[in-house]
Design a protein around this ligand. Sequence first.
Ligand SMILES: [Fe+2]
Ligand SMILES: [Fe+2]
Length: 409
Amino acid sequence: MMVVPIDKIKSGQILAEEVRDINGRLLLSKGHAIEANHIRIFKIWGIPEVKLVGADHHDDEPDSSIDPEFIEQIKEDVKTLFCHVDLEHPAIKEVYKIAVQFRCKHNIIVENGDLPLDDQSIPRHDREKDFLKTLQAKKIILPEIPSIAFELQEVIENPISSAEHIAQVVSKSPSLTAVLLRIVNSSYFCLPSSSKISTVSHAVSLIGTQEISVLALGISVFSIFKNIPKETIDMHSFVRHSLLCGLLSRVIAAYKNVPQTEQLFVSGLLHDLGRLILYIYFPDESRNVLARSRNCNKLLHQEEKEYLGCDHAQLGVELMKQWNLPLILENNILFHHNPSEAQQPVPATIIHLADIIANSLGIGSSGEKFIPSLDYHAWENFDISPSSFETIIGQATHQFHALESVLHA
Ligand SMILES: [Fe+2]
Ligand SMILES: [Fe+2]
C-alpha cells in the first residue's frame, strides 16, 4: 500500500482504502480503479491523499526522518497517560499506537510537572459543598444562550429548513457571518477557487443547511466564553479539544451509519462544557481538583465527583437544561464517561470514544491529563473495528487542521 497525494494520482490506479468526504460519507470504495472524475470529487471535498495498491510503503515502518530516541521517549511518556486503561485491550492498543505515531509526526510531547495545591481551601466533598445543588438552587446565574444559537438549534432539528431561513438567522450577527464565510472559503471545504462564496445563502446551497447551522451554533456557543481570563483556563486549548471531539464524533457516526451526524458533532463540541462552569464559578476549587488529579495520577472527572460532589458532565447537563437544548444532547453529555448507563448508549458511546481518542492525540485539553477509562460494556455493544481508527482519525484530524487555521486566523 502507498500513500499518494491527490495531485500525484494517475487514472487507473486502484484504491487500497475507501475514501470518505468531510462528513464521513463514502466517496469511493476500496478496490475501485480511480478515474479523472473521482480525482475532481476528492479535490472538492478536500481529500489530501489516498491509499493506493502498491508495494512501496508499509504503515508499520517508523518514519526514518524521526530520531529513534525521540520515538522511544514519546512511547514511554504516552504510556504514562494510559495508566487508567488496559493497554492490552485491542481498541486501546490501537489508539496508543496511533497516538504515538501522531505525536512523533507533529512533535506533541507529554507535559509533566505538578501543579500547586492549596490543600486548605477544599475539604473532601461533604453535603455542604455540593456544587450541583448550588447550581440547581440557582444560587449562581448561569450564562444565557445567545438567542441566535437557540434559533440555529431549531433549524438543525428541522430537516426541511430552507437556505433562506438559515441565512436569515445567521445574518442577524455580522461577526458570525464573517467567521462562517471565512470557514466556507477555506481549505476545510476545498471548494473550487472560482466559486468564492460571499453570502450565507450561497454557502448553504453549496454545503448544506445542517452543516452550516452546526458550524454557526458551535461558533456562537463558544463566543459566550471568549472573555474568560487565561489564568482561569486556556480557552484556546479547551476549544481545540472540543472541536476535535466534535469532528471525531461526526466521522465515527458516519462510519457507523448513525443518523443525525450533525447532532453528534454538537454533542462532541459541547461534551466538556460543564468544566467551563467549574472554572468560572468555582475557580479555587477547580484549580485544586485539577492539581490533585495531576499530582496523584487520578482521573479528573472522578476527582471532581469526590471533591465537588458532582462532575463536569452533570454540570454541563444543567446548562443544556437551562438552554432548552434537545434531550439527546443531555443523554450524550451526561454519559460521555459511562455510556453503557445511557438511555441511548450508541450516541453516548460515540462521544466517549471520540473523547478517548482526542485526549490521546494531545490536541488541546479541557483539563484532563490522562486517557479516560474505556467503558468496556459499551465498547462490546458498539461493534466497530479498531482497524478503522486510523482512517477515522486521519479524516477528523485533517478536518481539524483545516478548520482551526481559519478559526484562529
Ligand atoms: Fe469529559
Ligand atoms: Fe473531553
